[in-house]
Design a binder for this molecule. Structure first.
Ligand code: BES
Ligand code: MN
Ligand code: ZN
Length: 520
């Protein structure tokens, strides 16, 4: 989908050669205050007659009216322009249009458009009009190709919001695509090829390790999960270099279980198909890299994806088996269905070699997180308050929200083992926290955060499908970080005392991470 922005009055906007037009109308804007184009007159009349109220989500549609070039015109009220209100208004408008053949759509913002509001509107429109087609024999391809945004006043900030939205949508849709693909169409090798395709540009690199290389690295936990599968594992290393080599990268680690049967601790049959989404974390890393290829921010990013199936088999790892992780810590695998933390712990150890400024892992890790937070907010766990705050804020401003969960050491009690340094499961209580406590043991040498997206990566039920989350949150975090980091940071200035924020950081409300990476 392609987005463009133009400065146009509503009167001019409805003269555009478009199939349809959506007019976003906030509650506070009285129609009579705005001039005398046919749409404004019509809205004013409908309000006067008591047929339309400027209440959030209210929709009115017109078809083939004189003086209006687009065949379909939808007016939808965006209330006070809050993120959620804009999102549902755009969804309602698209519902009114989705059965029509709209290729070129106009999106007119009445009143003062804002950058975050515009981003929400465009990403909601893309979300509402998306449909998965890859494994259908007669796919109905998406007709909507072009969205022309118009507003009375446009600014450079609005133009860059449109660009950001364009990059975000391409990343979100790539993440959806890979997460939606059935496991036989999204094997570890397929993911590796997808990563290579994304990382073709100049500032990118991609390296893919197979079973031999992974064994050589000593990734005993990752290998244990993969040993029951006929599909060979892949360890994907992606690099984006948008800043000076001296600048420490952010490492994103995505759980890439392309199908989770549970292994020998096998899952029950109902809804097991949904475990094709267990590479949602990996898909979000691919999506972020896709978006980076459009935006090219001044920052260094590494993407790590441990990819494998989790299968039961004669060779599969058994409950009670003890394996040695890359960190040297031994792990008693009491439940083979707690496989995500096993592949992630070795990837976290691998992340140390990049001397990162922050490591964020993204994983559909626990059913317990779905119980705790549902499908609304992603679970955020972090040992670093500054990083947690940045991720929380990135969630709020992108609308792709998260909520911080605790990491008290008392939660790790249940992970004690008589046969290894640590067990891979604790009891049922606080399952998302004990999973995070397990990961934390492997993330001691850098600032670390863990996003449990088990509830937010896909929707169940009739509208089953991947959401593309948390690409929005991560992209927001990374672009903020790029905007608040001076392009050339010497080792000295990196160690400047905290509190010396750069002016751009102050503007962005972000505290730059001024510390040098700890020694591994
Ligand atoms: N991939 C699942 C987590 C999951 C479950 C995500 C349901 C989305 C919906 C993970 O590998 C898993 O099986 N976790 C277990 C952990 C348990 C054995 C400690 C779980 O949550 O039941
Ligand atoms: Mn599992
Ligand atoms: Zn899993």
């Amino acid at each position: 989908m392609n987005f463009e922005i133009q400065k146009l009055s509503l009167a001019r906007a409805i003269q555009g050669q478009l199939d349809a037009m959506v007019v976003l109308w906030p509650s506070q804007t009285a129609p009579n205050a705005l001039g005398h184009d046919p749409v404004t007159r019509w809205v004013a009349m409908a309000i006067e007659q008591g047929d339309f109220e400027l209440k959030s989500g209210a929709v009115m549609t017109l078809y083939c009216q004189p003086g209006i070039v687009p065949r379909h015109l939808v007016v939808v009220c965006t209330g006070d322009n809050q993120t959620g209100q804009i999102r549902s208004a755009v969804q309602a408008a698209w519902n009114a249009l989705k059965s029509t053949r709209v290729k070129q759509l106009g999106l007119h913002v009445v009143g003062d458009a804002t950058a975050p509001g515009l981003q929400t509107a465009l990403s909601s429109l893309a979300d509402a009009s998306y449909s998965y087609t890859t494994t259908l024999s007669k796919p109905k391809s998406r007709l909507l190709k072009q969205v022309l945004v118009s507003a009375q006043n446009t600014t450079a900030a609005l133009a860059s919001a449109v660009q950001h939205a364009q990059a975000l949508v391409s990343g979100v849709e790539l993440a959806k695509e890979w997460a939606n693909r059935p496991a036989n169409h999204a094997t570890p090798s397929h993911l590796a090829q997808a990563a290579k395709d994304i990382a073709k540009g100049k500032a990118f690199q991609c390296e893919v390790l197979g079973p031999k290389e992974v064994a050589k690295l000593g990734m005993g936990a990752f290998m244990a999960v993969a040993q029951g599968s006929a599909e060979p594992l892949r360890f994907i290393v992606m690099r984006y270099k948008g800043a000076a080599a001296a600048q420490a990268p952010v490492v994103l680690v995505g759980k890439g279980i392309t199908f989770d049967t549970g292994g020998i601790s096998i899952k029950p049959a109902p809804e097991m198909d949904e475990m094709k989404y267990d590479m949602g974390g990996a898909a979000s890393v691919l999506g972020v890299f896709k978006a980076l290829s459009h935006l090219k921010p001044a920052i260094n990013v590494v993407g790590l994806i441990p990819a494998t199936e989790n299968m039961p088999d004669g060779l599969a790892v058994k409950p009670g088996d003890v394996v040695t992780s890359m960190s040297g810590q031994t792990i008693e695998i009491l439940n083979t269905d707690a496989e995500g933390r096993l592949v992630l712990c070795d990837a976290l150890t691998y992340a140390e070699r990049f001397k990162p400024q922050a490591v964020i892992d993204i994983a559909t890790l626990t059913g317990a997180c779905v119980i705790a937070l549902g499908a609304v907010r992603t679970g955020l766990f972090s040992s670093d308050d500054a990083l947690a705050l940045q991720l929380h804020q990135a969630g709020e401003s992108s609308g792709d929200t998260c909520w911080r969960m605790p990491l008290d050491d008392d939660y790790a009690e249940g992970l004690k083992s008589r046969f290894a340094d640590v067990a891979n499961v604790a009891g049922r209580a606080a399952g998302s926290v004990t999973a995070a406590k397990f990961l934390q043991r492997f993330a001691k040498n850098f600032a670390w955060a863990h996003l449990d997206i088990a509830g937010t990566a896909w929707r169940s039920g009739a509208a089953k499908g991947a959401t593309g989350r948390p690409v929005g949150l991560l992209l927001q975090y990374l672009t903020q970080l790029a905007a608040s980091t001076p392009p050339f940071v010497s080792e000295k200035s990196k160690r400047a005392p905290t509190g010396t924020t750069t002016s751009s950081a102050r503007r962005a409300g972000v505290q730059p991470r001024a510390r040098a990476p700890r020694k591994a």
